[in-house]
Write a protein that binds this ligand. Structure first.
Ligand code: NAI
Ligand code: MG
Length: 510
């Protein structure tokens, strides 16, 4: 097995050398050099084929990225499998020391990571600097420390026998991640997987490969042993499919769309590989008659964050009929102040959509809603003052029940607003989709809010707030929004092999 890996690396490197003249292996982004080749077994490996990566900001060229195939999927899984025993044997403290070093390196590189991510996915530079990249470091640090200090080693006694629970490393975890918050979402998985003692093969989304590549260099600098962390680039239906169907992997963790989750579940079925899925949503934001309407409007406008490309976004504004007009006025006043433009400009609130394909998808939803006669009271079209992928913040008022715009995940700056006349109706509307990721409740009365949250089906409910996230808390979706929960112990329960050792009081010779 070991010889095979080495020979294959040689072969891959030769391919790279042969094609080296035609294929650039680095791209310079905002003054930073980023490798465009896979990171496998601690080495850079090029594919024969590449695909073109562009920036959503201005469609500028961001490199020819190695386009992985079964060859690279096999190489990466073999490298991770080879590295597994030693990484597992290091123990939580040994791994933790290296992971804490990695977290420090992320903190020392917040500026280049922010620049790279903004160029590649078009999210706001100021968000990356202030919030997102510090949280990337936090994701690594939190799970390293949790594995060292907080795993709940409970001991139950059964007729004098002790039950001893342990969380053992499980093997090679394949992580498949989306483009909307590339490194943030990847490190939610990388942190606990590596801290558990699993080794990792990450396949980032094809539209946003660069931050993962730069991060791979940081793992090397941190001294994470070769093969413990691997990155392969390429298309989901190609190398993604090969990775998820691989017989030598122990876990699949995926964040993305429901249709892709179904394909992955089929791929995993042959090997019965356990899957964790964080999927889409069409979450409700409920505004009750007793709500602070200024707070409600502020929270509603926040749903346009990241140009609406957030799985948790409360895209269905459900407002009590007695306050609907007053709420709408406050909402539109605030929304009209949002500044759309270049995500590198600190004044910008809404940047571009990720890609022309996705932009057209969003526009398609809105155009079809218009053709159906739905009332689009704000936005509804590309921003004509800006060239490129900028879609105006949009509000659809009173969409017909069951229509596409109010049931499907648009994943863009498109909100729907509907009214209700009773709590029972509000709850039925809130729960009336196939999703159950999140819900936002705005109410001025605690007992009232409690009576509502009890009835809502969602993985996370925010009351009079949005996006407050604690890594100790469970995170995930109900119904079609996901399978399993991540965060704190829930992450370790997934990535580790949970083991119970029952020890008798009898039979001891000493
Ligand atoms: P997607 O679910 O197709 O892609 C997410 C990841 O899965 C990417 O890394 C992709 O390469 C990979 N993938 C795709 N097919 C695969 C396969 N057969 N095997 C293994 N991996 C595979 O999402 P896409 O097409 O980028 O976006 C479509 C829609 O999905 C969005 O408009 C949005 O509604 C939803 N979405 C939800 C996200 C969330 O955070 N919950 C994130 C991204 C997309
Ligand atoms: Mg890109």
């Amino acid at each position: 097995m070991i010889t095979q890996v080495v020979v294959s690396f040689e072969a891959a490197t030769n391919v790279m050398r042969n094609k080296g003249v035609a294929q650039m292996s680095f791209v310079e982004v905002a003054g930073v050099k980023v490798d465009t080749r896979h990171y496998i077994g601690g080495q850079r490996v090029a594919s024969e084929l590449t695909y073109t990566n562009t920036s959503p900001i201005d469609n500028s060229f961001l490199g020819e990225i190695s386009r992985g195939s079964k060859t690279e999927a096999d190489l990466a899984v073999a490298a991770a499998k080879k590295a597994f025993p030693a990484w597992a044997a290091l123990g939580a403290a040994g791994r933790g020391a290296l992971l804490l070093k990695l977290a420090e390196l992320v903190e020392a590189n917040i500026e280049p990571l922010s620049q790279i991510e903004t160029m590649d996915n078009g999210s706001l530079l100021r968000s990356h600097r202030r919030g997102v990249m510090p949280r990337v470091a936090m994701n690594i640090r939190f799970f390293a420390e949790w594995a060292m200090n907080n795993l709940h080693h409970e001991a139950f006694e059964t007729r004098g026998h002790s039950n001893n629970i342990s969380w053992d490393p499980s093997g090679v975890a394949v992580l498949i991640t989306p483009w909307n918050a590339p490194l943030m979402l990847a490190t939610w998985k990388i942190g606990p997987a590596l801290a558990s003692g699993d080794t990792v093969v990450l396949k980032p989304a094809e539209w946003t490969p660069l931050s993962a590549s730069f991060f791979a260099d940081l793992t090397k600098q941190a001294g994470i042993p070769d093969g413990v962390f691997n990155v392969v680039f390429g298309f989901g239906r190609e190398v993604g499919a090969d990775l998820t169907a691989h017989p030598d992997i122990s876990r699949i963790s995926f964040t993305g769309s429901v249709p892709t989750a179904k394909v992955i579940a089929h791929a995993a079925a042959d090997n019965l590989t356990p899957c964790s899925f964080e999927l889409g949503g069409k979450s409700p934001l409920l505004v009750f008659e007793d709500a602070d309407l200024d707070l409600a409007a502020e929270l509603a406008v926040e749903q346009y964050d990241n140009a609406g490309q957030v799985c948790l976004s409360g895209t269905r504004l459900l407002v009590h009929e007695n306050v609907a007009d007053a709420f709408e006025e406050k909402f539109r006043e605030r929304a009209s102040k949002l500044k759309q433009g270049d995500p590198r400009d600190p004044e910008t609130d809404i940047g571009p959509q990720i890609h022309k394909v996705h932009f057209d998808r969003i526009k398609g939803f809105v155009d079809r809603a218009r053709a159906e006669g739905q009332s689009i009271v704000m936005g509804g079209e590309p921003n004509a003052e800006l060239d490129g992928l900028y879609f105006k913040p949009t509000l659809v008022r009173n969409p017909a029940a069951g229509s596409e715009i109010v049931t499907a995940e648009v994943f863009g700056p498109v909100l729907c607003m509907q009214s209700f006349s009773s709590d029972a109706e509000a709850i039925a509307m809130a729960n009336g989709t196939e999703f159950g990721l999140a819900a936002v409740v705005v109410s001025g009365n605690r007992a009232h809010a409690d009576s509502i949250t009890k009835e809502l089906v969602a993985g996370t409910i925010w009351v009079n707030c949005f996006f407050v996230r604690d890594l100790r808390a469970p995170f995930g979706g109900s119904k079609k929004s996901g399978v399993g929960r991540e965060g704190g112990n829930w992450s370790f329960d997934f990535y580790a092999d949970v083991k119970n050792t029952v020890v008798s009081p009898n039979g001891w010779k000493e």
